[in-house]
Ligand binder design. Structure first.
Ligand SMILES: [Zn+2]
Length: 349
């Protein structure tokens, strides 16, 4: 499998404790995630590794970012940490954490103040670090590299080792460890070259950012299968009644399942999602490949060979496929589970 990976992800290395449901915990979205995945892919002989072109030397990649995200949001992401350091006197090593929230209701002004903008552009409590922009853009370029390879026909499938992940990032907001929506950027590349794309999000959480990006569009089908959001992040979106609007009505699908669902309950939902993709008939499928469905991650309950079967089912779609890494946080099983999906996919092709 062609694997697009960059060492620049290491520039985003949060270490400060995060408050989660009243408990201060170490961050889970850390550089070791990408390193353990790459190690497992190499050990299994599944990785033909490519370095993506850097964003600075790739105007068409910058254009793709602008098609998915608002210009003001991109400028905020690029500059906010520096502005926060100037405001607070931080030496550059600190983590800028949102702590105010937009006030719902009439009247909404976002002043030119970095603390207000941190609240405006975030949808939970992820930090911006000095290296967040560098890491997030490297993840996006990995997705772009993989998508270009598939769209050009050079490979039938490619995998982007994208870190930080992306599927919770909307056109103008970050959250759920996500800053730039790597999967949406890959799908956008397909449409920018005249094709139709389907995003198939198998992460344990709703792909709410991807849904928001393509909400009004029918050239991209968005399908996400995930834990019922009434009991898990992202809580406010990801429900079956959300089906897109305007031209995009009927082109967004949320398929939900209960906590601790195991493979026998998961497989029919996956199958339903795959049939929706089949019916749409995309030129390229973009798989938002979260493996935080693992029982060790504590939400759903897939394990072991379930990931081989997941890879086989994705391969049986029989379409050019871009696999983009999303969640998966238990370092004991993360690499093994991603490698199993890639192996199952490769064997079934
Ligand atoms: Zn997730």
């Amino acid at each position: 499998m062609l694997v697009f990976a960059s060492e620049d992800h290491r520039a985003h290395n949060p270490t400060e404790l995060h408050l989660f449901a009243g408990e201060a915990l170490p961050p889970k979205e850390v550089p070791a995630r990408a390193e353990t995945i790459l190690g497992a892919l190499k050990a299994a002989g599944l990785a033909d590794v490519r370095e993506p072109d850097p964003l600075d030397s790739d105007p068409s990649a910058r254009d793709l970012l602008s098609r998915v995200h608002d210009a003001a949001y991109l400028e905020f992401l690029r500059t906010a940490h520096q502005r926060w350091c100037a405001l607070t006197g931080n030496d550059g090593g600190g983590e800028a954490m949102p702590f105010v929230r937009p006030i719902l209701g009439p009247g909404f002004t976002v002043p030119d103040h970095v603390l207000a903008e941190l609240g405006r552009y975030s949808n939970d409590a992820d930090p911006l670090l000095a290296g967040t922009w560098q890491a997030a853009t490297s993840a996006a370029t990995c997705a772009i590299g993989a998508a270009r390879t598939v769209v050009s026909g050079d490979a039938g499938a490619a995998y982007a080792l994208a870190r930080p992940p992306g599927h919770h990032a909307g056109p103008d907001n970050f959250g759920g460890y996500c800053y730039l929506n790597n999967s949406a950027i890959a799908a956008e590349l397909v449409t920018a070259t005249g094709g139709r794309a389907a995003t198939l999000d198998v992460d344990t959480h709703a792909g709410n950012g991807t849904q928001a990006v393509f909400w009004h569009r029918r050239d991209v089908l968005s399908v996400s299968l995930h834990i019922d959001p009434s009991v898990e992040y992202p809580y406010f979106q990801g429900y079956p009644a959300e089906r897109g609007a305007g031209d995009g009505e009927g082109f967004n699908h949320n398929l939900t399942m209960g906590r601790r669902t195991q493979w026998p309950g998961y497989e029919p939902v996956l199958d339903q999602a795959c049939r929706l993709v089949d019916d749409f008939g995309p030129d390229v499928v973009v798989v938002a490949l979260g493996v935080d469905t693992a029982v060790e991650d504590g939400v759903l309950a897939l394990e072991g060979d379930d990931y081989l079967r997941l890879g086989e089912r994705l391969a049986r779609l029989g379409r050019p496929t871009v696999l983009v890494q999303e969640g998966g946080y238990d370092l004991r099983v993360l690499g093994r589970n991603v490698a199993a999906v890639i192996e199952g996919f490769a064997q079934a092709r």
